[in-house]
Design a protein around this ligand. Structure first.
Ligand code: F6P
Length: 327
């Protein structure tokens, strides 16, 4: 029979993402609804190692659903990579009687959870909190929708000035080694080219198409580049293009961390609330060491060990759509 959990901890880890607060709120309130004591662990795994753990009440999560960032703060914790750090973390949890964990973060955070749950007997539930949308086993990650909408708003503004000056812009978006933010924001803004790490770029073909566009006086071109793309980002790509077509006026804009901030969209608040609720249900039902996602509008549970191995694949159809629509 599954062991009954009584006290649970929640933490946010890795890069923050809009919607993490909505998710913390859901975990805390669902936990309390189920008669559990809930603790907030500060600064990701660092709070576990350094014993920075605070009791949470329904009021501690009031008025945060609309806020970006994370009230629990976040960090990438080096000590947790070592067994000694994880043992310290375990001792800090057990002395409070914490017998279940909800980890909101990206794939790096799940790798930490995987190791921890293999070594120590505390059930861990992972929730995908990342703007990168680079985790398999879910159609959505908390924060991606907000990040893409932020990028779209910025790119639309850039198009206005690009159009006024008849200029080409290379715009770099985040995503670490995933191209989803680039792909979605590029399609939604009618970008002429989208370069992502998952697809090899034929640079000669790109140069030829720019020359051809120059010939027919189509000078406004927006190229969206994922930061993890093979040429090393927007600045590097700009140098290559300027080297080949010196007459072209090119400007570079790197959107950077603005994509991580801001009030979460309705979509991110909804999936964060739903996932947070189900994470606690998992612990109550005795599920352990699973990653909670949503696939085809249904909850989907993947063993954490499996979740860390897979990346989300790019839908090939999008690449075809980009080619056809951006002429
Ligand atoms: O994983 C989220 C993310 O924003 C990536 O898109 C980006 O590569 C990275 O984090 C940036 O990390 P940092 O804030 O530590 O520079």
């Amino acid at each position: 029979m599954a062991r009954k959990v009584t006290k649970i901890g929640v933490l946010t880890s890795g890069g923050d993402s809009p919607g993490m607060n909505a998710c913390i709120r859901a975990v805390v309130r669902t936990g309390i609804y189920n008669g559990l004591e809930v603790f907030g662990i500060m600064r990701g795994y660092s709070g576990m190692v350094e014993d920075d753990i605070v009791p949470m009440t329904t009021r501690s999560v009031a008025n945060i659903i609309q806020r970006g960032g994370t009230i629990l703060k976040t960090a990438r914790c080096m000590e947790f990579l070592e067994y000694e750090g994880r043992k310290k973390a375990y001792d800090n949890l057990t002395k409070r009687g914490i017998d279940g964990l909800v980890i909101i973060g990206g794939d790096g955070s799940f790798r930490g959870a995987q190791t921890f749950s293999n070594e120590f007997d505390i059930p861990c539930i992972g929730l995908p909190g990342t703007i990168d949308k680079d985790i398999a086993g879910t159609d959505f990650t908390i924060g991606f929708d907000t990040a893409v909408n932020t990028a779209v708003e910025a790119i639309d503004k850039i198009r206005d000035t690009a159009d006024a000056h008849d200029r080409m812009f290379i715009i770099e978006v985040m995503g670490r080694d995933a191209g989803y933010i680039a792909l979605h924001s590029g399609v939604a803004t009618g970008a002429e080219n989208i370069l992502i790490p998952e697809k090899k770029t034929d640079i000669n073909h790109l140069i030829q198409s720019l020359l051809e566009k120059e010939k027919r006086k189509k000078l406004v071109n927006l190229i969206i580049v994922a930061e993890g793309e093979e040429f090393g980002g927007a600045n590097e790509l700009s140098k290559i293009i300027k080297g080949q077509i010196p007459s072209l006026e090119v400007r570079v804009c790197i959107l950077g961390h603005i994509q991580r901030g801001g009030s979460p969209t309705c979509m991110d608040r909804l999936i964060a609330s739903r996932m947070g609720y189900h994470a606690v249900e998992c612990l109550v039902e005795g599920k352990h060491n699973v990653f909670v996602g949503i696939v085809n509008n249904k909850m989907n549970y993947t063993p954490i060990n499996e979740a860390v191995k897979k990346k989300q694949r790019i839908n090939e159809e999008w690449m075809k759509i980009v080619k056809i629509l951006a002429t």
